[in-house]
Design a protein around this ligand. Sequence first.
Ligand SMILES: NC(=O)C1=CN([C@@H]2O[C@H](COP(=O)(O)OP(=O)(O)OC[C@H]3O[C@@H](n4cnc5c(N)ncnc54)[C@H](OP(=O)(O)O)[C@@H]3O)[C@@H](O)[C@H]2O)C=CC1
Ligand SMILES: O=C(O)[C@@H]1CCC=N1
Length: 269
Amino acid sequence: MTQKVAVLGTGKIGEALLSGMIRGGWSPSDLLVTARRPERAAQLREKYGVETVSNAEAAKAADTLILTVKPQDMGTLLDELAPHVPADRLVISGAAGIPTSYFEERLAADTAVVRVMPNTPALVDEGMSVISAGTHATDEHLAHAEEIFGRVGKTLRVPESQQDACTALSGSGPAYFYFLVEAMTDAGILLGLPRDKAHDLIVQAAIGAAVMLRDSGEHPVKLRENVTSPAGTTINAIRELENHGVRAALIAALEAARDRSRELASGNG
Ligand SMILES: NC(=O)C1=CN([C@@H]2O[C@H](COP(=O)(O)OP(=O)(O)OC[C@H]3O[C@@H](n4cnc5c(N)ncnc54)[C@H](OP(=O)(O)O)[C@@H]3O)[C@@H](O)[C@H]2O)C=CC1
Ligand SMILES: O=C(O)[C@@H]1CCC=N1
């Protein structure tokens, strides 16, 4: 069955998904996109060969609507959309924090809503998309969401009660690794290395470590122990990380991200 899919509010995440769907073989003629600014719409039309339409037109024409505006813009978008969304549409939200009930309350009775938390590595087909069903979403709706988001990486179904935690882990997760790379590159500068070399060394260490974490089947503790020689260099660094409370800082950081996701629940954040 040909399904027309519309991405509404095509910013960073919407474009990552759009580009991944096209890379993954989705025909641009089966895609519609919306943007708030005409120049952004023109850019998307030129780059991807997709039709750009108004939010109301997308609601009428597409079988699946993927809403990728900021949580704070979701209320306005839904006010605009609600009168035009027939009850047989699948509505997928990619917004942090906002529960499926928020959409169900504003759309026609029994509308199927699926909540998805993607992340930006979708741009290189290494995304992680965490998927939960609303009250009226069936297994078929979840499978359709997996078919779309599976084009840009892995997918995982979770109960909606775990979505705020997943947002803190994988939605925001890439930012923590970029932050670590930035900080470790600064350390390389302190140790006298040129910035470009420090950057390349840390990025390759990160890629190597990530591939081993994914492919070796070993626990991260074992992988770290394998690097940590008796009376060697690594244990000196680990002692400093523990002295500075890095483990506790990470736990507190992810808890703060989870709490912020909960705060965004009203869409007014
Ligand atoms: N960035 C990330 O890593 C992740 C983001 N998310 C979620 O994705 C959503 C989008 O985030 P992100 O892509 O970073 O944000 P962006 O600001 O890049 O994208 C949102 C886009 O929506 C557009 N927009 C806003 N209101 C409307 C409207 N009424 N009609 C049409 N377009 C509209 C904005 O237009 P304009 O350009 O004019 O502002 C913007 O281009 C958020 O809800 C966020 O929680 C989820 C996972 C990861
Ligand atoms: O920072 C944010 O709110 C969004 C949601 C997850 C990643 N970026």
